[in-house]
Design a protein around this ligand. Structure first.
Ligand code: F6P
Length: 195
């Protein structure tokens, strides 16, 4: 069995301010997570010479991966966070106040709701297909450093969770979800690296 490690980027300045999307750098706490993650990965995958680190093309995942030494890093646009379109950079409060209809439609059907000029969860799930194919093809461990919505979809695929649950799955910051694919099925462990 070979592990796939899933994690969100370390806390970003937008996470601190409650702003969605964007392409911001990490907070001090996020930087600490990046170092702890590097430690964890270097120990966990020490003798795994073919392992690789996959990130999105957004700064916060690339910076989170940067302290990890000894493995190749690959950037995937398909691992970028859900595109919030006209709502990019807003807080949920601001959306509720300034675009109440959008807010309500998303609340009613978060899976299918598409942000104006942006994406829906279904769009994200679709664009992840090539990533999933490549993840399945890999024989070596992969560390995927991505974002909340994307990791919900990836996790649901491996953990065999129903489509309608995807937008609501909990994928907290600063936590590694390790998935082991063995003959007996999928096993999961979670490592919370910060309190
Ligand atoms: O708040 C962090 C974040 O990654 C945003 O960039 C993104 O829009 C959001 O989470 C996705 O989560 P939800 O679908 O619950 O809004």
């Amino acid at each position: 069995p070979r592990p796939i490690l899933l994690t969100r980027h370390g806390e970003s300045l937008d996470n601190v301010r409650g702003r969605i999307g964007g392409d911001n750098v990490l907070s001090d706490t996020g930087d600490i997570y990046a170092k702890k993650l590097a430690n964890f990965v270097e120990k966990r995958l020490k003798s795994e010479r073919a392992a690789s680190i996959w990130t999105s093309t957004l700064q916060r995942t690339i910076i989170t991966a940067s302290p990890i030494a000894g493995f190749p890093k690959i950037q995937w646009r398909a691992l970028d966070e859900i595109n919030a379109g006209v709502c990019d950079g807003m807080t949920y409060e601001e959306i509720k106040k300034n675009m109440p209809d959008e807010y309500d439609s998303r609340k009613k059907d978060k899976l299918r709701y598409r942000y104006p000029r942006g994406e829906s969860y279904l769009d994200v799930i679709q664009r992840l297909e090539p990533v999933i194919i490549e993840l399945e093809r890999q024989r070596a461990p992969v560390v995927v450093i991505s974002h909340q919505a994307v990791l919900r979809a990836l996790y649901a695929y491996f953990a065999d969770r129903p489509l309608k649950e995807i937008p609501h799955i909990e994928v907290p910051l600063h936590t590694i979800i390790e998935i082991q694919m063995g003959v007996t099925g999928v096993q999961e462990k979670r490592y919370k690296l910060m309190d």
